[in-house]
Write a protein that binds this ligand. Sequence first.
Ligand code: ADP
Ligand code: MG
Length: 323
Amino acid sequence: MAALNEFDVIQTFFHRAAPEGYVGVGDDCALFSVRPGYQLAVSTDTLIEGQHFFSDVDPYDLGHKSLAVSLSDLCAMGAEPKGCVLALALPQVDPQWLQAFSSGLHALAAQSNCPLIGGDTTRHPYAVTITLTIFGEVPITQALRRDLARAGDDIWITGTLGAADLALRYLTQRLPMDAERLEQTRSALERPLPPYAFAPHLLGHAHAAIDISDGFLQDLSHILTASHCGAQVSWADLPMHPALRGVAPALQQAAVLAGGDVFELCFTAPPTERAYLLDLAAQHQIRLTRIGTVVPESGLVVVDASGHALNLPAQGGFDHFSA
Ligand code: ADP
Ligand code: MG
């Protein structure tokens, strides 16, 4: 096959028929409308080879994850996906890699009604660099935010905690390889699926929300700080991924409380919403767990089954610029 130039790459792998009402790939800007009474929710994230993913990661999974991490941000605001643009920088054109990468991205885009409607394609001297910007819509003034938790709210999380962190520890050889546990946890790291269809139904029912990307404690703390309150969380109620059963308790705690790359939702809601939320989660086949309560005093306390506060891990979560 003749070498593909920039325009071939766009045309072959990223151009798709735009949905009704959109101008997509092929003009200078993408165009789409937001319904009257709604506002745009916009978020952007960059994934860098060697920093956010391994060079040999399955490119289909990488395409999926490139969109998934941004869908997770929309979830945290209760916004519905509308579309996305992709700025991609590549050391070289590898058609097989691009075929798999774009297939993973387009598959999740189709599933979540979030078409790829534009982007930019450039060369990078040595590292694949993926910047995906996502657009969602949310009714004006209704978005879930970090600063709206109230004392007395229940704290909920979707999915389970700890699996992505455990997988990453095996893959980076910070833990001796356990092939069976890696097998059970790898998809949490490489193919996260945020609850994008469930989250918009939280509007008017939940108060504050955040997606868990840097670690549960750190991300919940962002809600508490912004909302000027604290929380009591029960260790026994935290939905630990089953693959963490039987690992050392200190590792369980580190993975569950501080492990990153979770892409699940943590939100607060008044106790009067319990029945609604559990029913909604069942309809969407989402695992939803009530894990604690928002309290007026600042501070985040995790208590064990006998009510004693745990000594929390010093490293609260992920920070790109920490020493
Ligand atoms: P311009 O020179 O106006 O920036 P480009 O030649 O960069 O246009 O892009 C041509 C078209 O292809 C545009 O519609 C742009 O949005 C789209 N595009 C470029 N790269 C990508 C990509 N990686 N994914 C999706 N669309 C892309
Ligand atoms: Mg361009």
